[in-house]
Design a binder for this molecule. Structure first.
Ligand SMILES: *Cc1c(COP(=O)(O)O)cnc(C)c1O
Length: 383
């Protein structure tokens, strides 16, 4: 879908894809909470059956399409700058869909070795069962990405900021490799969302977001959005129907509502995370801290170029001494919630003793309240 009005990103976050309800004039987008749609004549129903997979055709059944879901998809296409998009039942559904679009049995894909853990499970457990060969590579090292390419390689799969280590990949460098070898370039942009980074500007062919995170922003719905060319998304839509991974109209509505405040929230997430990162960096009990907003020197230029509006709300850090100090710290938190997930207005933290770090999704509360809670919890740690 095109940005027909030539509006800026923030206006599109609020207005793109949405319209006054033609049936009732309702100003806010209705939740079309219906499984099926009924018709005036039998001929109309027959016509709808024939065109069931046409996104512009009549609504037939919510697995194939629904006006609330359509509005979410149209908004996301405008925000990502892609021809089309598909809302799905979760972020993981979009990971699987993106890989299936680019690789079939006998093909090979190259995947970042620093990866969201459930995505890793998908590549380790499910891809071999589908006959898809996978190589995990450190995508910070472009030479090793090049040397992993085989005659049957079909795609590169990267995360814009890797989970949970917070490494930033060079999207321009990866796209160059993908173009040289005619590979599809798949980008999981969950950690930033389209306000902070639009992977299409770096030549990504397929972009996926776990809408559960920043797009929804309130931790109240699970969903995912896959964005790409009309051709790719049409194929993904038909596969989704067979696998039954459609989103519910209510979740689509919650995510649609969340996206309207995405720019406001991302600015606050970035500001709060930068303040917390700077506080932790100076703290005597903190061993190291990683946040894209205070980059290691060799990445300064890359990060300035890729994230001009801010670096989002995700950071990780480690505490000096025994790994169990992480639990001491976590148990001393008073306001910050101990939970997995991210991109929520609430600040969430999770200790990953296996990685030797605490991952923080910095929320939108008052900066001073977040900093105070971290500070008092660090005070409680006995090193
Ligand atoms: C959460 C997450 C996913 C999966 O999304 P769900 O909506 O939880 O299925 C994929 N990639 C990244 C980077 C994530 O953080």
């Amino acid at each position: 879908m095109k940005n027909e009005n030539n509006w800026g990103f923030d206006t599109n976050a609020i207005r793109a894809g949405e319209y006054r309800d033609p049936a009732t004039g309702a100003h806010n987008t209705p939740i079309y909470q219906t499984a099926t749609f009924s018709f005036e004549t039998s001929e109309d129903l027959t016509h709808a059956f024939k065109n069931y997979d046409d996104p512009n055709g009549p609504n037939l059944y919510t697995r194939e399409g629904n006006p609330t879901i359509d509005m979410l998809q149209d908004k996301m296409s405008v925000l990502q700058g892609t021809e089309s998009s598909l809302a799905m039942s979760s972020g993981m559904a979009t990971v699987a869909a993106a890989v299936r679009l680019c690789a079939k049995s006998g093909d090979h894909v190259i995947v970042t070795d620093k990866l969201f853990v459930i995505s890793r499970n998908f590549f380790v457990e499910e891809c071999p069962e589908m006959g898809i060969e996978v190589t995990f590579i450190d995508m910070l090292d472009l030479d090793s990405v090049r040397s992993a390419i085989k005659p049957n390689t079909k795609a590169l799969f990267a995360e814009t900021i890797t989970n949970p280590q917070m490494c930033v990949v060079d999207l321009t460098g990866l796209k160059e490799i993908a173009s040289d070898h005619d590979l599809s370039f798949i980008v999981d942009n969950t950690y930033l969302g389209p306000y902070l980074l639009r992977p299409v500007e770096y030549g990504a062919d397929l972009i996926l977001d776990s809408a559960t995170k920043y797009l929804s922003g309130h931790g109240d719905a699970v969903g995912g959005i896959l964005c790409g060319s009309e051709e790719h998304i049409a194929k993904a839509r038909s596969t989704m129907s067979s696998f039954g991974q459609c989103i519910s109209p209510f979740n689509a509505w919650l995510i649609l509502r969340g996206i309207r405040t995405l720019p406001l929230r991302m600015d606050r997430h970035s500001k709060n995370a930068l303040a917390l990162a700077n506080m932790l960096k100076k703290h005597e009990k903190v061993d190291w801290i990683r946040y894209a907003g205070i980059p290691e020197s060799h990445q300064t230029q890359l990060i300035e170029n890729q994230f001009p509006k801010g670096c989002g709300g995700m950071l990780s850090f480690n505490i000096k001494g025994d790994p169990n100090n992480l639990h001491q710290f976590m148990n001393a938190l008073k306001m910050v919630d101990m939970a997995t997930s991210l991109g929520d207005v609430y600040t969430l933290a999770a200790a990953r003793v296996d990685y030797g770090l605490i991952r923080v999704s910095v929320g939108c509360e008052d900066e001073k309240d977040i900093l105070n809670d971290f500070s008092q919890a660090l005070d409680a740690v006995q090193i």
